[in-house]
Design a protein around this ligand. Structure first.
Ligand code: SF4
Length: 195
C-alpha cells in the first residue's frame, strides 16, 4: 500500500482520521455529486490552460525552464501522486506545478502547501534533483501563478507524517486527538470520537 497526498493532509488535520478511516474502516462522508461536478470543472479548465506562456516566466536569472513534464505519475516507498507539471530548470533544480480551480485570495491554504511538499519529495526521489520551490496556478484568478518555497524541513515533515500513518495502520494504534479542538465541531467522526 502507498499513500496519497490526501492521506497526509487528513493525518495533519487530525491523526485520528487515519485511525477511523483506515483501521476501523469507517468511511468519511463525501457528497458524490460534488465530487463529480468538481471533476468536470477541472477538466474544462485544463482544456483552456495556456501552458507555454507560464513556463517562460518561471525561470530564475541564469536558470530558465529547460523542460516541462506533464501529468507525471510518481511513486516512492511511501507515497504516490500525479503532478500536473514537473518543471526542470537550467541550474539542475526541479519544481512541481499544480493547477487549482480556485481564486487566489492572498493566502495559500496549508492543504495546497502540503500537496506541493509531497510532490517535492516524490520528484527528488524519482529524478534525483533538488526541489526548493513549487508553483500553484489559480485558474479562476486569470491563471495567477504563486511561488511556494519548499524547505528540507517541509519535506521531512511529510515524510514523518507518512511514517506515522503506516505506524497507526500497522499497529492498530489509536492516536491522540488534534490539539485544535475547533476542528472537532464539524468533523465527520465527531459522533464516534472520544475527545
Ligand atoms: S472529532 Fe476531533 S479529535 Fe476526533 S477525529 Fe474529529 S477532529 Fe479528530
Amino acid at each position: 500500500m502507498t499513500l496519497t497526498p490526501s492521506h497526509i493532509i487528513e493525518y495533519l488535520f487530525c491523526p485520528r482520521f487515519t485511525y477511523f478511516e483506515y483501521v476501523l474502516g469507517i468511511p468519511q462522508y463525501e457528497d458524490k455529486n460534488y465530487k463529480v461536478m468538481r471533476g468536470r470543472h477541472l477538466h474544462d479548465e485544463r482544456l483552456e490552460r495556456n501552458k507555454d506562456y507560464l513556463r517562460r516566466r518561471l525561470g530564475r536569472p541564469g536558470a530558465p525552464v529547460v523542460e516541462k513534464l506533464v501529468d507525471q505519475y510518481l511513486t516512492n516507498a511511501f507515497l504516490r501522486g500525479v503532478v500536473d507539471e514537473v518543471l526542470a530548470f537550467g541550474d539542475e533544480s526541479m519544481a512541481p506545478l499544480d493547477y487549482k480551480f480556485a481564486e487566489y485570495k492572498d493566502k495559500i491554504f496549508s492543504t495546497y502547501q502540503t500537496q506541493l511538499y509531497c510532490y517535492a519529495w516524490l520528484i527528488e526521489d524519482n529524478f534525483d534533483r533538488r526541489v526548493d520551490r513549487g508553483f500553484l496556478v489559480y485558474t479562476r484568478s486569470n491563471n495567477r501563478v504563486v511561488e511556494v518555497p519548499i524547505t528540507d524541513e517541509n519535506k521531512a515533515d511529510v515524510r514523518r507524517a507518512a511514517e506515522a500513518i503506516f505506524s497507526i495502520i500497522d499497529r492498530n494504534f489509536f492516536p491522540k486527538a488534534t490539539k485544535a479542538k475547533a476542528r472537532c465541531v464539524t468533523c465527520t467522526y465527531r459522533n464516534v470520537c472520544i475527545k
